[in-house]
Design a protein around this ligand. Sequence first.
Ligand code: 9MR
Length: 400
Amino acid sequence: MNFSAVTKQTNRGFLLLAIVFIVLSFVQCTPKHQVASSSQAGTKADHPDKGLKDYYKNYFPIGVAVSMASLHGPDSALIVKEFNSVTPENDMKMGPIHPSEDIYNWKNADKIVDFAVSHHIKIRGHNLCWHNQEAAWMFKGADGKPVTKELLLRRLKDHIFAVAGRYKGKIYAWDVVNEAVDDSDDTTQVYRKSNWYNICNGPDFIEAAFRYAHEADPQAKLYYNDYNSEHPVKREKIYKLLKKLIEDHVPIDGVGMQAHWKLYEPSPDELRKALDEVTSLGLKVQFTELDITIRLPQPKPAPGSTPPTPDPGYTPELEAKQIAQYKMAFDIFRQYKKFITSVTFWNVSDKYSWLDQRGGGLTGGVAAGENTPRTVRKAYPLLFNENLQRKNAYWSVVNF
Ligand code: 9MR
C-alpha cells in the first residue's frame, strides 16, 4: 500500500469514527421520551433545560400539589425545574392545621412555604373552609352539642385570621371555600348539606369565609374551588352561587375548577361552556387540581362472580387517549389565557397520586375467606411517569 492509499484509508477511518461519535452522542443526549415520538423532532423538546413553567411563561403559572415528602429527594428538583406555583396538598386544611381550638400545627405548612419562597415559587393556599378534613371540634360545644351559628362563624373567623394572617404576603391566592355545592342532579338542591350548612341553616358561611379572608389578607386573590365544574347540572349550581356572591358584593376574584378529569370527560364543548359562563361574571379561573386518570369505569363484580380482568396498566391505547385529552385541555387553556391565572397539577408524578388510594380503581377485590391482597389499578394521571421522566403526554402539552 502506498502513502496516499494509507492516508485515504486513515481519513476514511476518521470520518467513520466521527460519524459514529456524532450518532452516539445524539442517542445519549436524547432522553427516552423523545425517541418515542417522532413528532417531537425539531420542536420544543429540543430544550432540555426548560420546564413546563418556561414553556407557559407567556400564558399562566404552572403549579403542583406538594407534601412534605415532595420537598426532599428527586421530587424537589423536578418541582423546581418544572413548576412555578405550589399548593400544599393537605397541610393547610383545617383538620390537619388546627386540630383543636388552641392547637395549630404550623410545622409542615411553614416548611412548604419556606421551600417555595426560597425558590421564588408562588403559593396557592388550600383551603380555608371545607366539609372534608374538617376540624371536628369546631362544630361542638363543651357539652358535646352542636354549636350555634354565631359561635361557629366566630371560630371560622379566628381560624381564617390565624392561617391567612400567618402567610399574609406569601400566599397570593386562597381556595377560601371548597366544594360547597351539591353533587346530585336535583337542580333545586344547590348547596351541599354539610356541617357548615346545617349549623348555619343555609349558605351564609360561604360569604362569611370570603369576607374574613379578605379582611385577614386584603391582597390575596380569593377563589371558590370545586370539582365537576364542567358537568352541566353542577355547572349551573356553581354559577348560581357565584352570581349571588357577586350580587352581594362578596370579595371573590375567581373560581377554581379542580379538573380531576377522565379520558372522555369533559368534552371540549363542556369545558368551553364552563369557562364562558364563569368568565361572563367577570371572574378569573384557575385549574387547581388537574389530573386525567386512565381508568375506565369498572363494572362492579356480582357477588360470587369471577373477579374482573387484571389491571392492563398504562397501555398504548390508554396513553393515546390521555395524550389527546391533555392536548385538548391545554389548547383550550391557551385560548382562554386572559382569564386563566394558573393551572395546577394534583401531585407530582405517577409514582404517587391520590387516585391510587381510591377504591374506584381496585380490580377484583378479595373473595370471601381469601387472603389475597387487592390489586390497585393505578391511575397514571400526570405528566411524569413513576421514574419522574416526562411522558409523551408532557410533549403534547408543550409542543404548541
Ligand atoms: O389529595 C388529597 C388526599 O391526600 C387526601 O387524602 C384527600 C382527603 O379528602 O384530599 C385530597 O385532596 C382533595 C382536595 O383537597 C380537594 N379536592 C379533591 C382532592 C382529591 O380528593
